[in-house]
Design a protein around this ligand. Structure first.
Ligand SMILES: Nc1ncnc2c1ncn2[C@@H]1O[C@H](COP(=O)(O)OP(=O)(O)O)[C@@H](O)[C@H]1O
Ligand SMILES: [Mg+2]
Length: 254
């Protein structure tokens, strides 16, 4: 049986007015993300990826259309209800990790648990177990600036998953990392989310992220286009300059 949908968007639109100009950042997006799926949206800068993620993450309100989280329309919800959804159902990962600089790795991961009123002993156990699973059991008491970029992003992954969210939203999670560290970071996010049966929706202009996608989409000018992993792989390879091929001869068949 198909897993239940965690996110559904229906004809989602967002436009911004800047003086006399209206920018249509998201134009009629219909997307369903099912529990446990790893969904990737690629697309160039300015195509509307962050706007889409913010609408789904309840951080921004649509101009038209609806967002349903676990079947519930978030459009009519009050701020207090939205805060509750963000706290319990959604984990966020950003390009810049957004860890709290004066808290160590363990405290950063404990924080969302304590905010959700989990008892401190349980919060500590959950946080240290997640940090061990992202390979950081030796780094619990390190402050963010005592960690490498890849390690900081792994703390951010552990933090995003702390409250067992139904959904993790990741905006350019590899944006600040080199290709190898980026690929490793995506693998860790993918594997941990699969173990926890959490859906992940990640938007990125980095083709490396697409390698792990269960479902892959491309955003172009605010619209979502289905893409397949093999097409993306082809595009990555196509970035390498290809020497001109000799023209095939026009000899007669047989
Ligand atoms: N707060 C805003 N006010 C006005 N225009 C915006 C705002 N946020 C985004 N935009 C515009 O919406 C379009 C999509 O932006 P964004 O969602 O950030 O794209 P991406 O994340 O794919 O780079 C861009 O043209 C951008 O300039
Ligand atoms: Mg963006």
């Amino acid at each position: 049986m198909q897993n239940p949908p965690v996110v559904q968007t229906e004809n989602l639109e967002k436009s911004y007015r800047l003086g006399k100009v209206t920018v249509q950042a998201v134009r009629g997006v219909n997307l369903t993300v099912y529990l446990g799926q790893f969904v990737v949206v690629t697309g160039p800068s300015g195509s509307g990826k962050t706007t889409l993620l913010n609408l789904i993450g309840t951080l921004d309100r649509p101009t038209r259309g609806r967002v349903l989280i676990d079947g519930e329309d978030i459009g009519g919800m009050k701020d207090a209800e939205l805060t509750k959804i963000r706290r319990h159902k959604i984990g966020f990962i950003f390009q810049f990790h957004n860890l709290i600089p004066v808290l160590n790795a363990l405290e950063n991961v404990q924080l969302p648990l304590l905010t959700a009123k989990v008892k401190s002993r349980l919060a500590r156990e959950r946080a240290s177990s997640l940090l061990a699973r992202v390979g950081l059991s030796e780094r619990l008491d390190h402050l963010p600036d005592e960690l490498s970029g890849g390690e900081q992003q792994r703390v951010a992954i552990a933090r995003a998953l702390a409250n067992r969210p139904r959904l993790v939203l990741a905006d350019e999670p590899t944006g600040e990392l080199d290709t190898k560290t980026g690929a490793e970071t995506v693998r860790i996010l993918h594997d941990l989310a699969k173990q926890e049966n959490t859906a992940v929706l990640t938007v990125t202009h980095d083709p490396v992220v697409a390698e792990k996608a269960d479902r892959l989409f491309e955003m172009r000018d605010g619209q979502l286009v289905t893409s397949s992993p093999s097409e993306t792989r082809y595009r990555i390879e196509a970035v390498e300059p290809v020497p001109p091929q000799p023209r095939t001869s026009l000899s007669q068949p047989n």
